[in-house]
Design a protein around this ligand. Structure first.
Ligand code: SF4
Length: 494
């Protein structure tokens, strides 16, 4: 088994990765992780996984890793950085094997250091097992403490190692039994890909909080991916989603459906639909691009901007909703903000004295499109409000006569405990201010949020299939009190 070498990681790179993308990106709830898995004898599984991870890069930009099976060993390469920084030709050639799993990480639990990168490989008496996890456990600390009392030593501080160690502890010769036992022990959000010398497993928590899709390559071999956008990149056809609570196995005889744990209540994270996932992905059989476009159309009905001259998106995630808003309101769509494509999580923050430089590095207003115009600026969410305020200021400085802000989601009032990194409740602007107060704070001419029923009309899948807790305060999985205290300032309603 290849081991990660901490000495090869530049500490400055780690520190830089902790910094926010820019002030433009910091004011968003952040994706957490992307996972990918493949079983394919006679195919270059490391390379296919690399391309899969590249398509999932938006789900995590702090570290990346691939584990492959070589005979009865597991080869592992994981480092801090983007997928293209972590892997090169030589490394991918080293990773030759017949099955692989991969991971891109944004840290939600555990700090951003290489020992927290994934996949995690654990040795068991029955052979090595590698695990990659997307989500966040609610009882990880409790389980970890119990395991440590039993003498288990942990190498990382992330909750995913708790899953890997639990599988190893319960592995008495039958891996599916060990996975199922672990599913009974862990509470929270998890989509997993698990690698053994014989097979790749895909697992989804009984609430289906995080996505996981199955695809098929032209060779007939199967793959697993957090999002369907990666299937297109590697030439695979979409087969179906892994069902909440289900275990699937990929091996030399194909795809097998195995009983996992009973379905609880389907609760896919609605933010995946609103902006987390790539717009070219599909979930619940719906195109995310079209759903977001319909969100813009719904918003134009709920919060029209009469007399506006131009509708502009906050790129990139605001684009589909802005197109929809422009279509429904018959106001021309235009580009008013140009986004730098080259800023990512390793972006170095400007000095405090250059306070606005962060947002200016990321967005440049197009004066020729904005001067003298009544502008509708469409974005997908407001978390803290700092970025929206700076963008409104930028538009006015560029000569806009009016700036009408339209947000294609409801006000974010409650923190997420299921793996989406967003501010604590007291930092969420909508938890403490009314819409009118927020409008004044950001300096907009008007402000409108799409309602939750409006989001649901746009998605065209029943509300009962989603987690909407950060908008509604109704958490599908109970959050332990000690965890609540870390992020909540108020009691949830309902
Ligand atoms: Fe998604 Fe919000 Fe639920 Fe977290 S609380 S899983 S961000 S919908």
């Amino acid at each position: 088994m290849g081991q990660p070498n901490d000495k090869e990681i530049e500490p400055s790179m780690i520190a830089a990765a902790q910094a926010d993308v820019s002030e433009g990106g910091a004011d968003k709830a952040q994706d957490e992780c992307g996972v990918f898995g493949i079983y394919a004898e006679n195919e270059d599984v490391a390379r296919i996984t690399y391309f899969g991870l590249f398509a999932l890069q938006h789900r995590g930009q702090e570290s990346a890793g691939i584990a492959t099976v070589q005979g009865d060993r597991i080869w592992l390469h994981k480092r801090m950085g983007l997928v293209t920084q972590v892997f090169d030709e030589a490394v991918l050639r080293e990773g030759v094997g017949h099955a692989a799993i991969g991971h891109t990480r944004y840290s939600t639990t555990g700090s951003s250091v290489v020992r927290n990168a994934q996949p995690i490989v654990v040795e068991t008496p029955h052979g090595p097992v590698a695990v990659a996890h997307n989500g966040n456990l609610l009882n990880a600390m409790h389980l970890r403490t119990e395991m440590e009392l039993d003498g288990i030593e942990f190498e990382s501080t992330n909750d995913s190692e708790v899953i890997a160690r639990s599988i190893a502890l319960n592995y008495k010769g039958e891996i599916v039994e060990a996975i199922r036992e672990t599913m009974k022990l862990i509470h929270g959000a998890y989509s997993l890909v698990i690698l053994t010398p014989e097979a790749v497993y895909g697992v989804r928590d009984p609430y289906g909080l995080r996505p996981l899709a199955i695809g098929q390559l032209p060779s007939g071999n199967h793959v697993l991916s957090s999002e369907t956008c990666a299937l297109h990149v590697i030439g695979a056809e979409y087969v179906r989603e892994v069902e909440p609570g289900e275990i699937v196995r990929l091996d030399r005889r194909g795809l097998h459906e195995l009983p996992g744990v009973p379905l609880a209540k389907p609760s896919l994270c609605v933010l995946e639909f609103i902006y987390m996932a790539r717009p070219d992905s599909h979930m619940y059989g719906r195109s995310l691009h079209l759903a977001r476009r319909r969100m813009g159309q719904e918003m134009a009905k709920e919060h029209p901007a009469n007399g506006a001259h131009i509708v502009i998106p906050v790129p990139d995630t605001g684009i589909p909703a802005a197109i929809g808003f422009a279509e429904a309101s018959r106001v021309p769509f235009g580009e008013g903000l140009i986004k730098s494509r080259y800023i990512h999580r390793t972006f170095i923050q400007p000095e405090q004295s250059m306070r606005d430089a962060g947002v200016k590095m990321k967005f440049t207003p197009l004066k020729e499109e904005l001067a003298g115009k009544k502008v509708v600026m469409v974005d997908d969410s407001i978390v803290r409000g700092t970025t929206t305020r700076k963008l409104v200021k930028l538009l006015f400085e560029a000569g806009a006569a009016e700036v009408h802000v339209r947000i294609s989601s409801p006000p974010v009032k409650w923190p997420c405990f299921y793996g989406i990194d967003m501010a604590n409740q007291d930092q969420l602007i909508a938890a403490t201010m009314s819409t009118e107060e927020i409008r004044r704070h950001i300096g907009a001419t008007s402000l409108g949020y799409l309602s939750l029923p409006g989001v649901m009309r746009a998605i065209r899948v029943g509300k009962e299939n989603f987690c909407t807790a950060c908008f509604s305060g109704q958490y599908p999985i109970d959050v332990p009190n000690d965890l609540k205290l870390t992020k909540m300032a108020l009691e949830p309603v309902g």
